[in-house]
Design a protein around this ligand. Sequence first.
Ligand SMILES: [Zn+2]
Length: 96
Amino acid sequence: MAFWKTLRRKGGGALPGDIDCEAVTARLYEYIDGELDDPQTVEKIRRHLDLCKLCFPHYDFEKAFLRYISEHGRTSAPPELKRRIFKAILEEESRD
Ligand SMILES: [Zn+2]
């Protein structure tokens, strides 16, 4: 137990993919768009998203959102619109 606590406090090996949630969410758009040019960072984020229960729903949403705006010809949207689209996506998916 004490061993894991030490790792977590130091921000070491207890982090999924050796990268923290903040760093992952900060690069999420670039990751989804394939704009990250550092393969090691891409791999870390991929592993993090595989393991992290906190980040994955966020990743899923961003992916769905980017798909939506690309289908509707938008490249950016204000947060309020983003929330409305997110709600629409959730409602659409809960109908299946
Ligand atoms: Zn995370």
